[in-house]
Design a protein around this ligand. Structure first.
Ligand code: SF4
Length: 303
C-alpha cells in the first residue's frame, strides 16, 4: 500500500466538512491569525491582511525552488496566495504580499488548480502564504478531494498562526512548513509588526509537531508527512538564530530545518541601515555552527 494522506480518512468520516464550517465561521469575526482583527470577512470587511471573503492568488504552477524532498522530479505544486498577515519591512515577495498583486478566485477555481497540479505530476500541493485564507483553502479542498485529490498538502506559512486554526488543520495538513523568522519579540515587532511573534511561533510549531512529527521522507526521497522549518539568516544577527535553534532542538533534534542564506534587502529595508545589505559568509557559518552546537543535523549544509 502506498502513502495515503490523513485528509482522506477525515473526508470519509464526514469530519472534514465540519472543520470547513468551523473555519468559515471564524471569518465572520476574523481571528484567523493572532492579530484577531475581528472584522467580518464574510461581508468582505478587511483587516490587517487586506483580504476579504474570497482567496486571492498570484500564480499556480510546479515549483522547483523549494527544498529537494518537496520538489523531487516533477516539482512542488505551488499555489501562491496574495497578501499576508505579517508586515515584514524586508519582504522578499512584496509585490504579492504587500502590493496585493493577484486576483480573487472561487473555491471551484482553487480545486481545479490543485487537481491540475496533481495531474501534472507534482508531488504535493504547496499552499504558499495560506494563513489568512485557510477556510477558503478548506472549501476548495472539499471539491478537490471529492474529485480525486490524493497528494500530500504542504502548509507553507510565516509561523504567525492562530492555535485554534492550526488545531482545525489536524489530519488535514500532511507537511507543515513554517518560518521561524525571529527569536525575539521586540525585533519581530520592529520589522514585522508582530509583537508576540516568537511566543506565538513556539506554541504553534509545538502543536504542528505534535500533529505530524519529524519530517518523514520516502525511499524516492520525497517528503510525505512532518515538519519542515525555515529560518532566514538576517544581517547583524537580527534573526536571533541562537534562540531559534535552541527552541527547535528542544522540540526534536531530528527536526528538518532549512537555514537559508538568500536574504536580500527588499521592499522598505533600504530605510533601515541594519537591514540594508546581504549577509556575509561569517554570519551564515555562525548560524550553521549554532545549529550544530545544539545537536541539529537535518536540512542544512554542514560543510
Ligand atoms: S487573517 Fe487578516 S483579518 Fe484575520 S485576524 Fe489575521 S490579519 Fe486580521
Amino acid at each position: 500500500m502506498g502513502f495515503s494522506p490523513a485528509y482522506m480518512n477525515l473526508f470519509k468520516t464526514g469530519e472534514f466538512t465540519e472543520r470547513v464550517s468551523k473555519a468559515v465561521e471564524i471569518l465572520g469575526k476574523c481571528r484567523l491569525c493572532p492579530r484577531e482583527c475581528g472584522v467580518n470577512r464574510l461581508n468582505n470587511e478587511k483587516g490587517f491582511c487586506k483580504s476579504g471573503r474570497l482567496a486571492m492568488i498570484s500564480s499556480v504552477g510546479p515549483h522547483f525552488g523549494e527544498e529537494s524532498p518537496l520538489v523531487g522530479r516533477n516539482g512542488s505544486g505551488a499555489i501562491f496566495f496574495t497578501n499576508c498577515n505579517l508586515g515584514c519591512l524586508f519582504c522578499q515577495n512584496y509585490d504579492i504580499s504587500h502590493l496585493s498583486e493577484g486576483r480573487e478566485v472561487e473555491s471551484e477555481y482553487l480545486a481545479n488548480a490543485m487537481l491540475s497540479l496533481q495531474n501534472y505530476g507534482c508531488h504535493n500541493i504547496n499552499f504558499v502564504t495560506p494563513t489568512h485564507y485557510a477556510p477558503q483553502i478548506l472549501e476548495g479542498l472539499v471539491i478537490a478531494i471529492e474529485r480525486g485529490l490524493s497528494v500530500p498538502l504542504v502548509y507553507n506559512c510565516g509561523g504567525y498562526e492562530s492555535l485554534e486554526m492550526i488545531k482545525l488543520l489536524d489530519s488535514v495538513v500532511d507537511i507543515y512548513m513554517p518560518d521561524i523568522k525571529y527569536g525575539d519579540n521586540e525585533i519581530a515587532k520592529k520589522y514585522s509588526k508582530a509583537p508576540d511573534y516568537f511566543d506565538i511561533v513556539k506554541s504553534v510549531i509545538t502543536e504542528m509537531h505534535r500533529q505530524v512529527g519529524d519530517l518523514a521522507i520516502n525511499k524516492q526521497g520525497i517528503a510525505e508527512r512532518g515538519l519542515l522549518i525555515r529560518h532566514l539568516v538576517m544581517p547583524n544577527r537580527l534573526a536571533g538564530t541562537d534562540k531559534v535553534v535552541d527552541f527547535v532542538s528542544k522540540l526534536s533534534k531530528n527536526t528538518y530545518i532549512n537555514i537559508m542564506a538568500q536574504y536580500r534587502p527588499q521592499y522598505k529595508a533600504g530605510n533601515y541601515p541594519e537591514l540594508n545589505r546581504r549577509i556575509i559568509t561569517d554570519e551564515y557559518v555562525n548560524a550553521i555552527l549554532l545549529a550544530e552546537k545544539v545537536g541539529l543535523t537535518r536540512g542544512f549544509r554542514h560543510e
